[in-house]
Design a protein around this ligand. Structure first.
Ligand code: PXP
Length: 253
């Protein structure tokens, strides 16, 4: 079954394992090839300013293999001159603007698009002029959705980290956080934006997120790479796809 909800597989943490030993194994580019063969619709990679996982050479190679296979590369990037130049050099299918702090373990919150309008809008314009679909990674907040629309982004990616953590902790706030994700997705669609979601998604949380009808794409990384240790990358992706498809089918029934 073909799902109208796309799956972007983030392969950053293959590079994390590689970098633990400082040589070439395991290769995130090989993981990207396997992910596409297993049913991923696209590849996502975050070139962080500190290069803690994905390297410039990885982006070079990922741009080549995704182009060769006619599949989208989604480059996650901070709003900096250096990252903008790299994006413009490669012209990936999409660029997702994310906040970045060196001391964070992962992307801990969404980009403050409302507060950073004057800095972000020209970057969005230059990337979009180069034919790159620009996405803003934001918290599930209707004000940030409106701000993303105002800077000219075509896509918003809603940060699902708080929801996934609440589910893992069995927090009574999980439903309310899910409600905010649904509201932000609705607002994005109302404004004509394509709406994506990602961060922290696993087998347990994917169903409720995938069932949000406005979503067009999920980006999932850490859990899939972790699960690959136990069952292999292909089977982990296939299982995630099945859960996404089931959530959509249940909603449609
Ligand atoms: N989407 C964005 C914008 C991200 O920054 C990340 C993490 O790099 C993800 C999705 C994937 O999150 P996770 O690795 O927790 O699945």
């Amino acid at each position: 079954m073909t799902s109208s909800l796309r799956l972007g597989v983030n392969i950053d943490h293959v590079a994390t394992v590689r970098n633990a030993r400082g040589d070439g194994y395991p290769d995130p580019v090989r993981a990207a090839e396997m992910a596409l063969a297993a049913g991923a619709d696209g590849i996502t990679a975050h070139l962080r300013e500190d290069r803690r996982h994905i390297s410039d050479a990885d982006i070079d190679a990922l741009a080549v293999i995704t182009r060769r296979r006619g599949r989208p590369l989604n480059l996650e990037m901070a709003v900096t001159g250096e990252m903008e130049a790299i994006a413009l050099a490669h012209r990936p299918h999409a660029a997702c603007l994310v906040p970045e702090r060196r001391e964070e373990v992962t992307t801990e919150g969404g980009l403050d698009v409302a507060g950073g309008h004057n800095l972000i809008a020209p970057v969005v314009r230059r990337l979009a002029d180069a034919g790159i679909r620009v996405s803003c990674f934001i918290d599930a907040d209707v004000l940030q959705v409106a701000a993303a629309s105002a800077v000219g982004a075509q896509v918003v990616e809603l940060h699902t980290g708080a929801y996934c953590q609440a589910v893992r902790e069995r927090s009574r706030h999980a439903e309310a956080i899910l409600g905010r994700l649904k509201g932000a997705a609705r607002e994005g669609a109302r404004l004509g934006l394509e709406v994506h979601a990602g961060h922290g998604i696993d087998y347990e949380t994917v169903g409720a997120v995938a069932a949000i009808p406005e979503l067009a794409e999920l980006n999932i990384g850490h859990f899939l790479i972790g699960e690959a240790i136990f069952i292999g990358l292909g089977p982990a992706i296939q299982r995630m796809r099945t859960l996404m498809d089931e959530a959509r089918a249940t909603r449609a029934a």
